[in-house]
Design a protein around this ligand. Structure first.
Ligand SMILES: [Zn+2]
Length: 67
């Protein structure tokens, strides 16, 4: 299986089929091969929070103190 594919589970409780969909399908809908229902593909991984802005400021401050 190509690494650029993601796996999602059909939300249909009677189906629950695992589907492999391409990365480019993110944010869209795919059709379940098992039950024929539409499944929404999550647009992005939840494990990627926005970069903390305060962190960069703090890093600059400590760098100044070090030098
Ligand atoms: Zn299904």
């Amino acid at each position: 299986m190509p690494p650029s594919s993601i796996r999602i589970m059909c939300p249909n409780l009677r189906c629950r089929a695992i589907l492999a969909v391409p990365e480019k399908a993110r944010g869209g809908l795919v059709k379940c091969r098992s039950c024929g229902g539409n499944i929404r593909v999550p647009a992005a991984r939840s494990a990627s929070p926005p970069p903390p802005v305060a962190d960069a400021d703090e890093g600059r401050k400590s760098a100044k103190r070090a030098s």
